[in-house]
Design a protein around this ligand. Structure first.
Ligand code: B1H
Length: 832
């Protein structure tokens, strides 16, 4: 085979033979500029394998691009500040249907594909559910052959690495680009100017234009996203910030002024340095706003370029066609600046008038809301906005003014509501732009991410707008990709599902899982199901031993809560429950202990670096674990483990191996949750509140297969009021658990401020805002029901099967199909 043959493995069957693949891998190992050609350790094997797979991806990417270019369909652009892609190799070969061939090829070098895949670093360009949702959506868009792309930022350091030290969580920069990413393709020809600061110039004919300030460049990197069993591959286009040679002051440099010579270069580097830089300082806030604008401006310039590129006559106009060719979805408010940026580009660059530009913008952009927590609803200082983006601030003011006038002239009855509905909050102490209001006013559609959440949006957060635009508000219940979250992460269970359903079509038609219901009592299935679960539990136990040194028993009930650490998610309730359990075990006779269901409680998640109470919770879980796990009296019946550095690839080990998972947020506060869907899909039973997507999961899997407890969303406000009025009577078990921690049973660390947050009737950091005390007794009762249910193995396995069987609704293919039809108006465009 000549070198040229090896560089480009066609999609031909011959190129997918293991021997051809092995040749291609060794070609990449030899000619890679990154390593010495003589070395072929596991790391080099990973990079060479990934580059070889990338060749397949690139070919599909090119074919797809060309096909979209020729057919010119309406296309969706998904704008998100976060993508939590995780590892790509297993997913790529799996979606391309060449896993076996690559496994065989690697065997020729003495390697297992799984081990080589384990060499890859997680691409953690996101923080939690919102970012992982974006990544699941890309997988579904590609699989459904939808003309759609993702846009994001190429952060140099992704979400921090978490290390657990004596003092608790430590954050370390996550260097996912340490060597290089084999999946990205730099597009040196895709570069756009991005301006910051400056001023607005007015020409003699009254035209306004943004000028001055500093101009950086946005450079595109494409990450190809292959669909499952299709030729289509779409793009995740990530922007990096660059300054040019012209911005480098050679004169100053030669004069020894090294730092000032490269000022703009260093400012460019800051933009994509980290995801969510701390925003406690003014500098931090400004940097976040710069990031958001950088994403929006680069993406919109690129979208407009493509709109014109696909038909030459669009260069000179035809802007009314734009919304029939382009849909822009804003993933939460972080990309809200897409609205004034599109207005600016249309008016100041393309010459449209306000009304025409507004019409195009409104028909193009749509907004997904992911949270009702007041602190997460973005508000930007008007002064900062005016300084960084003076022209955008003018446009936002005009949007605000026109919205007010519209309400006053058409809806006299709403006059009293106008101030809170406006885009601008002109409170003289702190004038701000309300980003969510801007999205609602400017977008054609606003959606929530689970039924309960969407209803809260309509009935509370956005209730006033509903009467003006009754059709604007929709629900799109979140989903997860069944490829990564069952097919690839849980091969044992997948095989059983395929065997019993007599088809593997469930991977792209997840509703087929309901076919398992009729076997829910079948003893043969039970035996296979239990064996698969045990295999996953053993893999999980090995991970725990590797990363914590703690040995856990695969025959105990594996109980897991993994998610960002937040008071509303109530990891504190979980650990108080474990503390209570421990205390009761200590008080029991040895004979009584023998009747207890042995449990391993695992908690994992990262706390935002400046979120003090979240960090205290991490510390508490670790401290409780240190005592319980070393207590020879009871550690056969209870272990408590903190899983460090929770990320996508850790989740891929944990979720298949879990049996009970906790989704226990204060009702009304978790918009959806998506890991709940992953657990349930993998045959894990949920203990949870009626919050977010839990409500729909419980409906689908059946209420007997879900451990429900706690206050309902519509009770929460009343319960808080009662508490303020001194009407709350704490359960003695709750008092006992807190008191046990206060007594110093888990070391000398001062947990007073954390526990005090659960005391009192009201006040900052007090008053139990998240209702842990109120829900604690029903939580403990639900846990007791879990213990009983687990003793009956048959019953438990049936519950597990029925969870998987009821998970069909939660495929992101279903979610994306609904977005495509009900918001974007796009249809499939498969490469022939
Ligand atoms: C979600 C966020 C979020 N909602 C601000 N909002 C952020 C807000 O650092 N920031 O500035 C970061 C993230 N993330 C999550 O979205 C919800 O809490 C989940 O319930 C939901 O499942 C997920 C996807 O819709």
């Amino acid at each position: 085979m000549s070198a040229a043959d090896k560089v480009k493995p066609a999609a031909s069957p011959a190129a997918q033979e293991p021997s051809a693949i092995a040749g291609n891998i060794s070609y990449h190992a030899q000619y890679s500029p990154h390593f010495s050609p003589l070395a072929f350790g596991p790391e080099q094997a990973f990079y060479a394998t990934a580059e070889s797979v990338r060749d397949h991806l690139l070919q599909r990417w090119n074919d797809t691009y060309l096909h979209f270019h020729k057919t010119d369909p309406k296309q969706t652009y998904y704008l998100s500040m976060e993508y939590l892609q995780g590892r790509a190799l297993t997913n790529a070969v799996g979606n391309l249907g060449i896993t076996g061939a690559y496994a065989d090829a690697l065997k020729k070098f003495g390697y297992e594909l799984e081990a080589i895949a384990g060499q890859e670093r997680d691409a953690a360009l996101g923080n939690g559910g919102l970012g992982r949702l974006a990544s699941c959506f890309l997988d579904s868009m590609a699989t459904l052959n939808l003309p759609s792309w993702g846009y994001g930022l190429r952060y140099r350091y992704g979400l921090f690495k978490q290390r657990i030290a004596q003092e608790g969580q430590e954050e370390i920069a996550e260097d996912w680009l340490d060597k290089f990413s084999p999946w990205e393709i730099v597009r040196h020809d895709v570069v756009y100017p991005i301006r910051f600061f400056g001023h607005v110039e007015i020409s003699p004919d009254g035209k306004r234009k943004w000028a001055g300030g500093e101009v950086l460049s946005a450079l595109a990197y494409d990450v190809p996203i292959p669909g499952y069993k299709t030729k289509n591959a779409i793009s995740l286009r990530l922007w990096d910030a660059k300054a040019t040679a012209e911005d480098f002051n050679l004169f100053q440099f030669n004069d020894g002024q090294y730092e000032s010579a490269a000022q703009l270069h260093s400012r460019a580097q800051q933009i994509c340095a980290v995801l969510y830089p701390g925003d406690a300082t003014e500098e931090g806030k400004l940097l976040r706003l710069k990031q958001q604008y950088f994403l929006c401006s680069a993406s919109l310039q690129d979208i407009i370029f493509r709109f014109k590129e696909r038909k030459s006559d669009r260069v000179s106009g035809k802007w009314s066609e734009f919304p029939s060719k382009v849909a822009v979805q804003m993933n939460d408010t972080h990309p809200t600046l897409a609205i004034p940026e599109l207005m600016r580009l249309l008016m100041d660059v393309e010459g449209l008038g306000w009304d025409e530009a507004w019409d195009v913008t409104n028909k193009t952009v749509a907004y997904t809301n992911h949270t009702v927590l007041p602190e997460a609803l973005e508000k930007w200082s008007q002064a900062v906005m005016r300084k960084l983006l003076p022209r955008h601030m003018e446009i936002i003011e005009e949007i605000d003014k026109r919205f007010r006038e519209m309400v006053i002239s058409t809806r006299k009855d709403m006059e009293g509501k106008i101030e809170s509905m406006r885009v601008l909050d002109n409170n003289p102490e702190k004038p701000v732009v309300r980003m969510a209001n801007l999205c609602v006013v400017a977008g054609h559609t606003v959606n929530g991410v689970a039924e309960l959440h969407s209803n809260i949006l309509k009935e509370e957060l956005f209730a006033d707008y509903l009467s003006i635009w009754p059709k604007k508000f929709q629900n799109k219940t979140n989903g997860i990709t069944p490829r990564r979250w069952l097919r690839f992460c849980n091969p044992e269970l997948s095989e059983i599902v395929t065997k019993w359903l007599k088809t593997d079509q469930w991977t792209s038609n997840l509703d087929l899982l309901t076919g398992l219901r009729k076997f829910a009592d079948d003893e043969k299935l039970h035996a296979e199901w239990a064996a698969a679960k045990l295999a996953s539990k053993k893999r999980l136990a090995k991970h725990v031993l590797d990363v914590t040194g703690v040995t856990i028993d695969p025959n105990s009930l594996f109980d897991i809560q993994i998610k960002r650490i937040h008071e509303y998610k109530r990891q504190l309730m979980n650990i108080l429950g474990a503390v209570y359990r421990y205390k009761k075990l200590k008080e029991m006779s040895a004979a009584d202990r023998q009747k207890v269901t042995p449990r391993t409680v695992m908690v994992g998640g990262k706390a935002f670096a400046t979120y003090t109470n979240a960090k205290r919770i991490v510390k508490l879980v670790n401290d409780v674990g240190a005592v319980v796990n070393n207590d020879a009296d009871v550690n056969k019946y209870l272990k408590v483990v903190f899983i460090p550095n929770y990320n996508v690839s850790v989740a891929e080990v944990l979720i298949p191996g879990s049996e009970l998972s906790q989704h226990i947020s204060t009702a009304g506060m978790e918009a959806s949750g998506t890991s709940n869907m992953k657990f349930s899909l993998n045959g894990c039973v949920i203990i949870g509140t009626l919050d977010g997507a839990n409500v729909e999961i419980r409906e689908e899997v059946g209420q007997d297969n879900f451990f429900l407890f706690g206050a309902k969303a519509d009770q929460v406000a009343g319960l808080r009021k009662d508490r303020e009025n001194g009407l709350f009577k704490p359960d003695p078990r709750f008092e006992e658990a807190k008191q046990f921690i206060r007594s110093g049973a888990f070391g000398t660390y001062d947990y007073t401020p954390l526990l005090d947050s659960l005391e009192g009737n009201t006040g900052f950091g007090r008053g139990d805002y998240f209702l842990v005390g109120y829900d604690f007794p029903s939580y403990i009762d639900a846990q007791a029901r879990v213990d009983e249910a687990y003793k009956d193995k048959k019953k438990w396995i049936k519950m597990s099967i029925l969870n998987t069987a009821g998970s069909g609704k939660f495929s992101s293919d279903r979610t994306i199909d609904q977005y495509a039809k009900e918001i974007w108006g796009i249809s499939a465009c498969p490469v022939p």
